[in-house]
Ligand binder design. Structure first.
Ligand code: ATP
Length: 307
C-alpha cells in the first residue's frame, strides 16, 4: 500500500500552515514525521485522515483518492480521548463497535489487546484508577482494536517506563511487520531512529528533508573517525603512529576525549591507511568507527531555524 500526500496547502485564516507539502509512506516501513512545535505535523495528519480538507493538493492511497479507498485508520492523538470515569472494558467494546465490529468480535478484540498489553485484569476497572503509563497502553489498545490499515501514533511513548516502552516498541514493530502503514510522530529522536526506515522533517510548513534515514545518514561526509585504544595516552600514541606512517597531513583534526579520540580526515576513502598505521605501530585498537550524524543532529540542522 502506498499513501501519498501531494502538494498539500492549508491555510487557517491568514496563516498558511502547509505550503504545498508532498510525502509518501509505504506499508511495511514506518515513516517518522518530525518537526518543531507548530511545524504542521498534526495538521498534515488530520488532512490525511479527512478530519478537514486541504485548500489544495491530494491524498492518495495506491493512486486513488483516500476518501474513496475505504481504508481504516487507527489514530493515537497527542491529547488522549478516553473517559476517565468509565469502565475500561465497556468503553473499549463501545469504541470497537463504533468502528464496525460485532459485539462478539469487539469483546474478543478488547480481551486480546488487554492480554497483549499485559493488563487482562483491568477490564472492569475505571480508567482513572490506572497509572498514567497504563492509561497510555489502554489508549494505544483503543487505537488498534479494529485492526486498522493505517496507524498514526503521536508521541506514543510519553509517560511510559522502560518496560512498557519496550512492550510498545514490540507492538509497533509487529504492526510494521504485518504490512500496516505506520506514521509515527515524536520529538524523541531515539525512538524514531529505532522504528522508522523513512523520515520527513517539516519546518515552517515545508518538507525540508525526506527519505530513507540510512541513506540520509550515508549522504553526510564520512570523514570523522572514532578511535579508541585499550590503554595509554591515546592521542599521543595515535599522533606518533600517524607521523611514523607519514600520514600527518591526512588527519586534519584530532580531538582527544575521555575514552576515545575523534579524527577528521582530509580524505575519508583513505581511512584504511590510518587503521593500518595504528596496527603497524603495535597499538591495540578497541574501536575504529566512522561517525555518522545522529537523527538529533540532522534534525537540529534542518529544523533548528524556522524557515
Ligand atoms: N484549527 C486551527 N486554527 C487556527 N490555527 C491552527 C489550527 N490548527 C493548527 N493551527 C496552527 O497551525 C500551525 C501548525 O500546527 P500543528 O498543530 O499542525 O503543529 P504540530 O507540528 O503538530 O505541533 P506540535 O509538535 O506542537 O504538536 C500552528 O501555528 C497552529 O497554531
Amino acid at each position: 500500500m502506498l499513501l501519498e500526500v501531494k502538494n498539500v496547502v492549508k491555510t487557517f485564516g491568514e496563516k498558511r500552515v502547509l505550503e504545498g507539502i508532498s510525502l509518501q509512506v509505504k506499508s511495511g516501513a514506518a515513516l517518522g514525521l518530525l518537526g518543531r512545535n507548530g511545524a504542521g505535523k498534526t495538521t498534515t495528519i488530520r488532512i490525511v485522515m479527512g478530519v478537514f480538507p486541504a485548500d489544495s493538493g491530494e491524498i492518495l492511497l495506491d493512486g486513488k483518492p483516500m476518501s474513496k479507498s475505504g481504508a481504516t485508520f487507527g489514530y493515537l492523538p497527542e491529547e488522549r480521548g478516553l473517559y476517565p470515569k468509565k469502565l475500561i472494558g465497556d468503553q473499549l467494546v463501545y469504541l470497537a463497535r463504533l468502528r464496525g465490529l460485532t459485539r462478539a468480535d469487539a469483546v474478543a478484540a478488547v480481551k486480546r489487546w488487554l492480554a497483549r498489553m499485559g493488563m487482562e485484569e483491568v477490564y472492569a476497572k475505571k480508567l482513572d484508577t490506572l497509572s498514567k503509563g497504563n492509561q497510555q497502553k489502554i489508549q494505544l489498545a483503543s487505537t488498534l482494536l479494529h485492526d486498522p490499515d493505517i496507524v498514526i501514533l503521536d508521541e506514543p511513548f510519553s509517560g511510559l517506563d522502560p518496560v512498557n516502552a519496550s512492550l510498545l516498541k514490540d507492538v509497533v514493530r509487529e504492526l510494521v511487520a504485518a504490512g500496516k502503514t505506520v506514521i509515527f510522530s515524536s520529538h524523541q529522536m531515539g525512538y524514531v531512529e529505532e522504528f522508522c526506515d523513512n523520515i520527513a522533517i517539516l519546518n515552517g510548513g515545508r518538507i525540508v528533508l525526506d527519505g530513507n534515514l540510512h541513506d540520509i545518514k550515508m549522504s553526510y561526509p564520512r570523514n570523522r573517525i572514532l578511535v579508541s585504544l585499550d590503554k595509554g595516552d591515546m592521542a599521543a600514541s595515535i599522533k606518533t603512529a600517524l607521523s611514523q606512517a607519514g600520514l600527518d597531513s591526512l588527519v586534519t583534526k584530532l580531538i582527544p576525549r575521555e575514552h576515545d579520540v575523534i579524527l577528521t580526515l582530509a580524505d575519508p576513502a583513505k581511512r584504511g591507511q590510518v587503521l593500518a598505521a595504528l596496527s603497524g605501530a603495535g597499538l591495540a585498537v578497541d574501536r575504529f568507527e566512522v561517525l555518522t550524524p545522529t537523527l538529533e543532529q540532522i534534525f537540529v540542522e534542518k529544523a533548528g531555524e524556522t524557515a
